[in-house]
Design a protein around this ligand. Structure first.
Ligand code: ZN
Length: 322
C-alpha cells in the first residue's frame, strides 16, 4: 500500500485565457515534479474517470450543472462568473471556460471520487489529487474564484453516500477563505469545516464569528504575518480544534498561495512548511479516522513554489505506514 496521485491531462488542457493566473503551468510543474523526481518513484498514478453527474449533484444544483456545460464554448473563451466581490486585493480575474473546461471539471471531481474509492477499498493508503480547476470557492449554484465544481465538497458527500462515512472533516489551508465549501456545509452537522486564511483579502468572508451550526471554524491571519506567527496560529487554533472533533475521513484543501514567493498573497510560508502542515494533520487522522486522508489541490500561483510545496505535502503523505 502506498500513496497515489490522481490526475488527468484534461486538468492541464483547461485554459482560462492568456494572462490568467489560474494557468496550466501551475499543474504541469506539480505533475512533472511528482512524476520525475526519484523521491516519488513509489507514488502510484491510478487512472481517473470523469465524475458522474449524479455525484456532482450531491453538492451542485442540476440547473447550475446544466449552465456550466451549456456555457462551454466551441472555441475561444466564456466567462461564467459574476464578479460580485471587489476588493483592493481583487485582480478582476474570473472563472472562464475554454472548449476543454467541461471535461477538466469532470475529471477534477472524478479524481477526488476515485481517490475516495481507493482509500476506502484499501487499495492505497492516502491520496493527493493534482487537479484544476480548483474547487473551494464553488457554491452549489454558482462559480467563483476560478472554481467550477467544488471537488472537495463532492468528495465528502460521495464518501458519506457510497461508503457510509458518518462524519467528514475538511481542513483548508489555502490563502483564501474556502467560502464555497463553507456554504455547502454550514448547516450540516455531519461535516466539520476548518479554514485558515488571510483577511482582509478576497472574497472578504471567513471571519471567526462565522461558525455555521458550530461545525465551521474560521481562523484569520493578517497580511504579512511573520512565518513563525502563522505556524503558531496553526498549532494553537487549527490543530487543537481538529483534535476535539470526531470524524471518519479527512480531506485537505491544499492551496499553496501562502508560500512566500506566491504573487497572489502576502504570507510567508516556506516550502518545507507544507510537509509539516500535512504531517500535523496526518498525525491527527491516524488517531481519528484510521489514516483515511485525501488531499486536493486548490490555489497556488507561483508554479515552481507550488510544485515544491506539493512535493513536500506528498512526502508527508508517503511517510504514512498503514
Ligand atoms: Zn487561494
Amino acid at each position: 500500500m502506498t500513496t497515489a496521485c490522481y490526475f488527468d491531462p484534461y486538468c492541464i488542457a483547461h485554459y482560462p485565457g492568456p494572462g490568467h493566473s489560474e494557468r496550466p503551468a501551475r499543474l504541469c510543474e506539480i505533475v512533472n515534479t511528482l512524476s520525475k523526481k526519484s523521491a516519488f518513484k513509489k507514488l502510484q498514478w491510478p487512472a481517473v474517470s470523469p465524475a458522474k453527474l449524479e455525484d456532482i449533484q450531491l453538492v451542485h444544483t442540476k440547473r447550475y450543472i446544466d449552465f456550466v456545460f451549456s456555457s462551454v464554448p466551441k472555441s475561444g473563451y466564456q466567462k461564467i462568473e459574476v464578479n460580485e466581490v471587489v476588493s483592493e486585493h481583487d485582480d478582476g480575474e474570473v472563472t472562464t471556460l475554454c472548449p476543454q473546461s467541461g471535461n477538466a471539471a469532470l475529471y477534477a471531481v472524478g479524481a477526488v471520487t476515485a481517490a475516495v474509492d481507493d482509500v476506502m477499498k484499501g487499495k492505497v493508503t492516502n491520496a493527493f489529487c493534482a487537479v484544476r480547476p480548483p474547487g473551494h470557492h464553488a457554491f452549489p449554484d454558482k462559480s467563483m474564484g476560478f472554481c467550477i465544481f467544488n471537488n472537495v465538497a463532492v468528495g465528502a458527500r460521495y464518501a458519506q453516500k457510497h461508503y457510509g462515512i458518518k462524519r467528514v472533516a475538511i481542513v483548508d489551508f489555502d490563502l483564501h477563505h474556502g467560502n464555497g465549501t463553507q456554504a455547502v456545509f454550514e448547516k450540516d452537522p455531519s461535516v466539520f469545516f476548518c479554514s485558515i486564511h488571510q483577511l482582509p483579502l478576497w472574497p472578504e468572508t471567513g471571519y471567526e464569528q462565522e461558525t455555521g451550526i458550530g461545525n465551521i471554524f474560521n481562523v484569520v491571519t493578517k497580511p504579512n504575518l511573520p512565518r513563525a506567527a502563522w505556524l503558531k496560529r496553526w498549532r494553537q487554533t487549527v490543530l487543537p480544534r481538529l483534535r476535539q472533533e470526531d470524524f471518519d475521513f479527512l480531506f485537505i484543501s491544499a492551496g499553496f498561495d501562502t508560500h512566500k514567493n506566491d504573487q497572489k498573497g502576502c504570507q510567508l510560508l516556506e516550502t518545507q512548511d507544507y510537509f509539516e502542515l500535512t504531517a500535523d494533520l496526518l498525525s491527527i487522522a491516524r488517531d481519528k479516522c484510521a489514516n483515511r486522508v485525501v488531499t486536493v489541490l486548490e490555489g497556488g500561483y507561483n508554479a515552481r513554489a507550488s510544485a515544491a510545496s506539493a512535493a513536500a505535502a506528498v512526502k508527508a503523505l508517503m511517510r504514512v505506514k498503514k
